[in-house]
Write a protein that binds this ligand. Structure first.
Ligand code: AHR
Length: 525
């Protein structure tokens, strides 16, 4: 039920209790003459860990598979991901990264040793999907590698040699080995993760112990690609927190403030999952109702507060915002699907997840001056996935379609929107009725996104646009008949974006957004 609302200016929502009819109009003001920060395309990054069927079956089927593939990589998955213009892919983990020894995953595949993936279910890992296969995948989808090195159980030497294998152009022994493995040209590595969750699965380290290791890895793990020496430099991302406690970030930023020529970092990570009932995750990912929906959405909105707390610490050491806050794991973590291996983190993906994705992307966009990177967890078959596969079958999830709808926001310029958010109350949970962001796209078009969080009522929207004269507009909406609507292998188009009517008159826009929906409007000046 919608109730009366007060002003919602960017991040501020204040509520009162006088009733407002569901069909009442919500008014948005967009001012294109006040551009903000660039919405870095890297906030639309993905995470592909060696976990469950994320890599094996999800990406890698092997060259001899009857599933159509290019050098062992699924063609259907590649074609779908190309549409998302995935800016970067984080690999090989996650917790797995701190157990990965890269040498086991290079050279002739029939000679690679079988190992145990003790991070995720103790399953046998053939190591068939190693460095060169990952780089091939990256090249096929047109993305950039974000490689996390093993700080927990590896050595600086092992990580340094991995970077040499990937990036050396000079005929070193490792560069020659890469050439012998089919890739004479050095790879470009865009981002380097210096460990993962080193306070927990990455080695249960204290902040001080991690900071010492971070400096050593930063100093010696060198990108040797000549094409990345003066421009396109590799950015090094330090481990950050997984709770709003500031201790870890303080330690990393304090060290960074005093860094010398010998080492540097360009980002600090932050991991935060939407787990509304706490650990272990217990919200169902299919066949759920409004109670679960509102609880999950309320919980996901905490991302904004978490970011603000981290930014307050970072701003004290780095007011110029040189160091990126990289949200390199985020998304909904629901209970494992019945019958699945619980270590494989398999869950369904519904309209609820689509709304959760758009809310988080909007939060990142509002923090664009500091949050210049983010990676949803995870890309395929794991947690809040873009794609689900079952042998030769593939289905695109509602979250996939949100990422597709947001492609025009990649590298767009943030534009402030002022609006009355309205409220949606279910039981004791009160949510904003709508959320919105605006941006100026690289092609000069004005972009507006409106999420209707209200599972029961549409919103009638009118928009004032200052700074440009709006001539025409096109809109697409993603919604479903219920918050738990999903796409399945048998019914893959249940939740897909559809055109929505927008009226443009005297430079003003008006439209109705469906309940529980995500709408992107492209406005021609
Ligand atoms: O994404 C699943 C796991 O969640 C990652 O491996 C780990 O970094 C986090 O705890």
């Amino acid at each position: 039920m919608a109730r009366r609302v007060l002003a919602f200016f960017c991040l501020l929502a204040l509520y009162s209790s006088a009733p407002l009819m569901a069909a009442d109009t919500i008014h948005l003001s967009v001012d294109a003459s006040k551009p903000g920060a660039k919405i870095d395309r890297n906030i639309f990054g993905q995470f592909a860990e060696n976990l469950g069927h994320g890599l094996y079956e999800g990406i890698w089927v092997g060259p001899d598979s009857s599933i159509p593939n290019t050098r062992g990589i699924r063609n259907d998955v590649v074609a779908a991901l190309k549409e998302l213009k995935v800016p970067n892919v984080r690999w090989p983990g996650g917790c797995f990264a701190d157990q990965y020894h890269w040498r086991k995953g290079i050279g002739p595949r029939d000679k690679r040793p079988a190992t145990v993936n003790s991070a995720w279910g103790d399953v046998i890992d053939t190591n068939a999907f190693g460095t060169d296969e990952f780089m091939d995948f990256i090249q096929q989808i047109g993305s950039t590698p974000y490689v996390s090195v093993n700080v927990g159980s590896g050595t600086t030497q092992e990580a340094a040699e991995w970077l040499e294998y990937m990036t050396a152009a000079a005929p070193t022994a490792l560069a020659k080995e890469r050439a012998a493995n089919g890739h004479p040209e050095p790879y470009k590595v865009g981002f380097l993760g210096l460990g993962n969750e080193s306070w927990d699965c990455g080695g249960a380290m204290t902040p001080d112990y991690y900071v010492s290791l971070m400096k050593v890895y930063s100093r010696f793990v060198i990108n040797m690609n000549p094409a990345q020496r003066s421009k396109d430099q590799m950015l090094k991302i330090a481990v950050g927190p997984g709770t709003p406690d500031a201790t870890w970030t303080e330690a990393v930023m304090q060290a960074w403030k005093k860094h010398t020529w010998a080492w540097d970092i360009n980002g600090v990570s932050l991991h935060w999952y939407t787990v509304p009932n706490g650990w272990p995750p217990s919200t169902p990912s299919e066949k759920f109702g409004l109670d679960d929906y509102v609880k999950t959405i309320k919980s996901t909105l905490f991302m904004d507060e978490f970011l603000r707390k981290q930014e307050a610490v970072m701003d004290r050491y780095d007011p110029e915002k040189k160091v990126t806050l990289s949200v390199d794991e985020w998304g909904a973590w629901h209970a494992p699907l019945t019958g699945s291996n619980p270590a494989f983190l398999v869950q369904q993906n519904s309209v609820r997840d689509a709304i959760l994705a758009s809310l988080n992307l909007n939060i990142f966009a509002r923090h664009a001056d500091r949050v210049r990177m983010a990676n949803i967890a995870q890309m395929i078959n794991v947690l809040q996935a873009m794609i689900l596969t079952d042998k030769e079958k593939m289905v695109l999830t509602p979250t996939y379609y949100v990422f597709k709808m947001y492609v025009p926001f990649q590298d767009a310029t943030f534009i402030p929107v002022t609006f009355d958010a309205g409220t949606y109350a279910h039981g004791s949970v009160i949510l904003p009725h709508v959320d919105a962001i605006a941006a100026k796209g690289a092609d000069g078009k004005l972009l507006l996104e409106i999420t209707d969080l209200d599972a029961e009522s549409p919103a009638t929207i009118d928009v004032d646009v200052a700074g440009i004269v709006a001539k025409s507009a096109k809109a697409e909406t993603l919604t479903g008949v219920a918050v738990d609507s999903i796409n399945t292998f048998d019914s893959p188009s249940t939740v897909v974006p559809k055109p929505t009517a927008v009226k443009v008159q005297n430079g003003k826009l008006s439209l109705t957004v469906a309940s529980r929906s995500v709408t992107v409007i492209s406005i021609e000046p």
